[in-house]
Design a protein around this ligand. Structure first.
Ligand SMILES: Nc1ncnc2c1ncn2[C@@H]1O[C@H](COP(=O)(O)OP(=O)(O)OP(=O)(O)O)[C@@H](O)[C@H]1O
Ligand SMILES: N[C@@H](CCO)C(=O)O
Length: 320
């Protein structure tokens, strides 16, 4: 999250007039994150997060995201619940943007990832995939392979401003991903952005998942690849096969992963790295002046992508 759109006291009062949340006690912007404008909201009835949906979230997708949180919570996956206003709706407008209030989830996200975090994550990711099985709505992945070249082109040939040679490397990789992207793998609802800052823990136990605003229908193994990239590299860039083994094996303890899914992991991990590299590159080059946001480093994902380019099979991910 971040704050792109400020909300004045009067605007907040008018907006919350439609809810039964009680007197406002605290209200402050959350600097963490990069996608939407988020505020911590404390009222007489409890703590909430107020989100104004920004650039990448389309209004027509919000019923999917908010409905999915309700669905998963009803299936025992701890996640925030959208709060209904008195008119029964969870979505309203604030400063010209769609906005919603969701419940605040207790817990801390891991600043330093240990293998036990990956183990907890793997099992919960599989449970999420299973729990999404009977969710009625569908949403294709708007950030899958077909979107990467247009996203790259929207960076106007400026990739080399970030790193000399990046443009040529990305173009070669896009050709390869477009030619080899797997089809026909088992699919369903995936989170698609399950980074450490979206997973809360208390002691060594996972307590909840947040940030479902990229959730979509896509192959389950792609979600695993996203998590492997986000959780199994060390701060110095080294891949940690022990963490990957914990992640993959605890996932497999809840949902069997077929040989075709395992074989696809290296290319899926390259694609997952490309997806986050490109959104980061775009944001790096187009950071709005005055917004409370720290853009994330695109090159972190270029290094991850380069690692997977050298991988010959899923054995590199700690599997035997
Ligand atoms: N329901 C919630 N309960 C508690 N904290 C929350 C909740 N929603 C968001 N936060 C806090 O706000 C931070 C940013 O939220 P979130 O990850 O949803 O933002 P984002 O803009 O989608 O960013 P990114 O995708 O970069 O993680 C979280 O790391 C967490 O600290
Ligand atoms: N989790 C993403 C930001 C939200 O898309 C990243 O780290 O690039």
């Amino acid at each position: 999250m971040a704050v792109y759109t400020e909300v004045s006291d009067e605007e907040l009062r008018a907006f919350l007039g439609a809810y039964d949340l009680g007197e406002v006690l605290t209200f402050k912007g959350i600097a963490e994150g990069v996608e939407n404008s988020n505020f911590l909201l404390g009222t007489r009835s409890g703590n909430y997060v107020l989100t104004l949906y920004e650039k990448r979230v389309h209004r027509e997708d919000l019923p999917f995201f908010l409905g999915l949180m309700e669905h998963l919570a009803s299936r025992g996956i701890a996640c925030p619940l959208p709060v209904k206003a008195r008119d029964g709706a969870v979505l309203h407008d604030l400063r010209g943007r769609p906005a919603a209030v969701i419940t605040f989830l207790e817990g801390l996200w891991p600043r330093r990832v240990h293998p036990f975090h990956c183990q907890e994550l793997g099992a919960q990711l599989a449970r999420l995939h299973l729990a999404g099985g009977d969710f009625a709505l569908k949403r294709p992945n708007a950030l899958s392979v077909g979107s990467w070249r247009p996203l790259y082109e929207s960076c106007d040939g400026r990739a080399d401003q970030v790193c000399e040679g990046l443009a040529a490397g990305l173009e070669r990789e896009l050709d390869r991903l477009e030619a080899e992207w797997p089809a026909g793998l088992p699919e369903g609802v995936i989170h698609a952005d399950l980074f450490p800052d979206n997973v809360f823990f208390r002691d060594e136990k996972l307590t909840g998942l947040i940030d479902f605003y990229f959730a979509c229908n896509d192959c389950f193994a792609y979600d695993l690849a996203i998590c492997m990239n986000a959780w199994c590299f060390e701060p110095d860039g080294a891949f940690n096969a022990t963490k990957a083994r914990h992640l993959l094996n605890s996932y497999r303890g809840q949902r069997p992963v077929g040989p075709e899914e395992l074989a696809a992991l290296p290319i899926l991990a390259r694609g997952a790295a490309m997806r986050f590299l490109l959104t980061r590159l775009y944001d790096w080059l187009n950071c709005p002046a005055g917004a409370l946001v720290t853009p994330k480093d695109p090159l972190e994902y270029w290094h991850k992508l380069r690692f997977h380019q050298g991988v010959r099979g899923p054995g590199a991910y700690g599997l035997t």
